[in-house]
Design a protein around this ligand. Structure first.
Ligand code: SF4
Length: 221
C-alpha cells in the first residue's frame, strides 16, 4: 500500500481510527482509493481527492458523501449511472461507459491536498490513465485542481498539450490528441460539486446536467 505522502497517510489513518459518530460502527477503508467504473470508459471523470468520511470510509470515490450525492444524481439523470445514489461499495451502483478517479488518492485534511502531494500521486493517475486512454472520448475535470493535475498526465501519456494551457472554467472545452487517439479527446472543465459550491448555488443540478449532457453527446460520436 502506498505511503509516499506522510501527511496524507497520517490523516487517512487517523480519520479511520477516530471515525465520525454517525459511522462509529462501520469499518473505515482508510487507504488510497483507486478509480472505479467501466474498464473501457468513453468518459473519465477526474475529481480532487477522497472525502475523509466519504471515500475514505467506503473505499469508493464520491461514495457516501454529499458531493457524491449531488454528482451521482446528475450522472443518473444524464445516463452515466444506473442509480441516483452511491452509498457504499456493493450497493448496486454502476457507471455506464464512464470511470471516475481522484487526482490524489488519499483523503487530505480540509479537502486540500498540497501541490507536492498532487505531483507525487500523479504516478498513480498516470498509470490508471494509460489503461483507459485508448477508449476515451471525453474527460470531465471537477474543479481547477483536477484540471491542473491532468496536464502532466496527458503529456506523459503522449498527448499534445496546448501551450499555454487553457485556463480552467465551468464549461471550458479543449480537445487533445495523441497517436493513440487521433480523433482527439474532449476535455471539459466543471466546477466541483463540493458542499461549499452546491450550498451557495455556485453549482446547481442544472449546471452539472448541462456538462454531462454535453459529455454524453461527445462520448456518443
Ligand atoms: S496520495 Fe497518492 S502518492 Fe500519496 S500516499 Fe496516497 S496513494 Fe500514495
Amino acid at each position: 500500500m502506498c505511503r509516499a505522502c506522510p501527511r496524507l497517510v497520517a490523516w487517512r489513518e487517523e480519520v479511520a481510527l477516530t471515525r465520525r459518530r454517525a459511522f462509529r460502527d462501520e469499518p473505515y477503508w482508510g487507504r488510497p482509493i483507486p478509480g472505479w467504473g467501466a474498464a473501457k470508459p468513453r468518459l473519465l471523470i477526474v475529481g480532487l481527492a477522497p472525502a475523509a468520511h466519504g471515500g475514505n470510509r467506503t473505499g469508493r470515490i464520491f461514495t457516501g458523501d454529499r458531493s457524491g450525492d449531488f454528482l451521482f444524481a446528475s450522472l443518473y439523470r444524464t445516463g452515466f449511472a444506473v442509480q441516483p445514489t452511491s452509498v457504499r461499495a456493493g450497493d448496486g451502483q454502476r457507471l455506464i461507459d464512464a470511470r471516475m478517479v481522484a487526482a490524489v488518492r488519499c483523503a487530505p485534511p480540509d479537502n486540500k491536498p498540497e501541490p507536492a502531494e498532487r505531483d507525487t500521486c500523479a504516478a498513480w493517475l498516470t498509470a490508471e490513465f494509460r489503461l483507459v486512454a485508448a477508449d476515451l472520448k471525453v474527460i470531465v475535470c471537477l474543479g481547477g485542481f483536477a484540471w491542473q493535475a491532468l496536464w502532466p498526465v496527458l503529456s506523459r501519456c503522449g498527448f499534445a498539450v496546448p501551450r499555454p494551457r487553457p485556463a480552467f472554467g465551468h464549461g471550458t472545452e479543449t480537445r487533445v490528441t495523441s497517436a493513440q487517439t487521433p480523433d482527439g479527446v474532449l476535455l471539459i472543465g466543471c466546477y466541483h460539486p463540493s458542499q461549499q459550491n452546491t450550498f451557495t448555488g455556485r453549482v446547481t443540478p442544472a449546471m452539472l446536467d448541462a456538462i454531462f449532457t454535453r459529455a454524453h453527446a461527445a462520448a456518443s460520436l
